[in-house]
Design a protein around this ligand. Structure first.
Ligand code: SIN
Length: 490
């Protein structure tokens, strides 16, 4: 079934290069399907290497003029983009839900979340202050300026089709950079709509260019950007192996990189935790987007004194979640993005059961609803040998491990190559600081499950990558520092 919007032109069905909405150079198309049914409801161009090159040409040409636009004027344009995004919240929310599968309320929420980054960076554009440095000798003045790095390649994931584009493109524009963007092959529609609104807001031709491409064609598009020295930065959100590949391939042209990669977040409930608050926090953190976020708790450790009560209460809440398509207003958990995602979840649960875990609720596909549904699941007796403890499940599965000792659980929480988010619930203030400082992760939730905010620095350590998105630091990833030294002044 086709998707009807108030503004049907928010589905241009073409990619934007320079001023022109176009087909792929060889007219190939990429089908977009509804994860709830698996059926195709739209299509976009399947972009090629030639399109990728044309996008860099356009972005490079536009850079000279965009960087010279006064910061205040850039800020006004970006702010107008934010206003247009919010004015079309309903259409954008419906697009997100349809192509990504999240319930409509979450789709609308994601639009507001995306807009919050656009608004934030509109404001930050005017604050890219440099420094006046005290000179060590008379007759000199020394300054540090922040300058835009140049053309940025933004490569975005499917789980937040609006928010991830927003938090890469908005800071790039604010800094004075121009952009070539490739959205995820599963969710290209939202990005095209956002870019259409950006043009309406006054973003000049060539400042944002977007190439849509299938999984098969993505390497040829991205290789063009990796090889082209005019692309000065890559901002990527996605898996660690792809992030490592981008870093290796960026070495020859020494691009600046922001890599927001995989996670394996621990969620620890200590014996002095407020049990009800911990259950609420886990529900909020784990079931956002059906468990398909890289900051979702992946391993849950509960102190032996609270374990049984926590597991029972959690299983009751999880078992009551309503699973269904985004189109049903009662749905709280939508379908997973595609068949590969459901297969991975199924593999993790089967592996855990084979190694001694026990299902308290869920533990099966919901084939009666459609091809990509999996029941929200709670497992107990999980341990570190299981795939669900070592790999990111990216689905609605909570594996619980019992623990007895603080040092032991911190070691277990840190026993992963990843370090994006971590959560814990406790009340003793000394423990809170001890644990917060000991956890090896870029983000720590303390008695809180909902962490995301445009004013906060989002990013990881270890194999979860580097760079920060959002916050006052988010702009730094898009600028370089130029040092000016003026002599002969006395
Ligand atoms: C992500 O899953 O990559 C982003 C999640 C968030 O913004 O909270």
């Amino acid at each position: 079934m086709t998707l009807t919007l108030e503004r049907q032109d928010l589905m241009p069905g073409q990619q934007l290069i320079g001023a022109e909405w176009r087909e792929a150079s060889d007219a190939r198309r990429l089908d977009v399907s509804d994860p709830a049914t698996g059926s195709v409801f739209a299509s976009v161009p399947d972009g090629s290497a030639a399109d990728a090159r044309a996008a860099v040409d356009a972005a490079h040409a536009a850079f000279a003029t965009w960087r010279a636009v006064p910061a205040k004027q850039r800020a006004q344009i970006i702010k107008r983009w934010n206003d247009l995004v919010m004015a079309h919240q309903e259409d954008l929310g419906r697009l997100i839900s349809r192509e990504q599968g999240k319930p409509l309320a979450e789709g609308r929420g994601e639009v507001a979340y995306a807009a919050s980054y656009i608004e934030w960076f509109a404001e930050e554009a005017t604050r890219a202050n440099g420094e006046v440095i005290p000179a060590p000798v008379p007759g000199r003045r020394m300054f540090a300026l922040k300058e835009p790095v140049g053309v940025v390649a933004a490569i975005t994931p499917w789980n937040f089709p609006a928010a991830m584009i927003a938090r890469k493109i908005a800071p790039a524009l604010a800094a004075g950079c121009t952009v070539v963007c490739k959205p995820a092959e599963d969710t290209p529609l939202t990005s095209l709509a956002l870019v259409r609104l950006a043009r309406e807001a006054g973003v000049p031709a060539g400042v944002i260019n977007i190439v849509t491409a299938s999984r098969e064609r993505t390497p040829e598009v991205v290789d063009v950007w990796l090889d082209d020295a005019r692309v000065r930065k890559i901002s990527f959100t996605g898996s660690t192996p792809v992030g490592q590949h981008l870093a290796r391939r960026s070495a020859d042209t020494l691009k600046k990189l922001s890599l927001e990669l995989g996670g394996n977040a621990p969620f620890i409930v200590f014996d002095d935790a407020d049990l009800d608050a911990a259950v609420d926090g886990l529900m909020a953190a784990k079931f956002r987007n059906g468990g398909q976020t890289c900051v979702c708790p992946n391993r849950v450790f509960v102190h032996e004194r609270l374990h049984d009560a926590f597991a029972d209460k959690l299983a009751g809440r999880v078992g009551a979640l309503k699973v269904g398509p985004a189109s049903d207003p009662a749905s709280q958990i939508g379908p997973m993005i595609n068949a590969r995602a459901v297969e991975k979840i199924e593999r993790h649960v089967q592996d855990a059961l084979a190694k001694g875990a026990r299902v308290l609720t869920g533990g099966r596909r919901l084939a009666e609803l459609g091809p990509h549904y999996y029941a929200p699941t709670v497992l107990v007796n999980a341990d570190a040998t299981m795939a669900c403890s070592c790999e990111e499940t990216f689905g609605p599965v909570v594996p619980i491990t019992r623990f007895g000792d603080e040092a032991e659980v911190i070691a277990a929480a840190n026993d992963t190559p990843f370090g994006l988010a971590a959560y814990f619930y406790a009340s003793d203030v000394r423990r809170i600081w001890r644990v917060a400082e000991a956890l090896e992760s870029g983000i720590v939730g303390i008695n809180e499950g909902a962490l995301a905010a445009e004013a906060a620095p989002f990013g990881g350590v270890k194999a979860s990558g580097y760079g920060r998105e959002g916050s006052v630091h988010g702009l730094d990833d898009y600028v370089h520092i130029k040092y000016l030294c003026q002599g002969q002044l006395s």
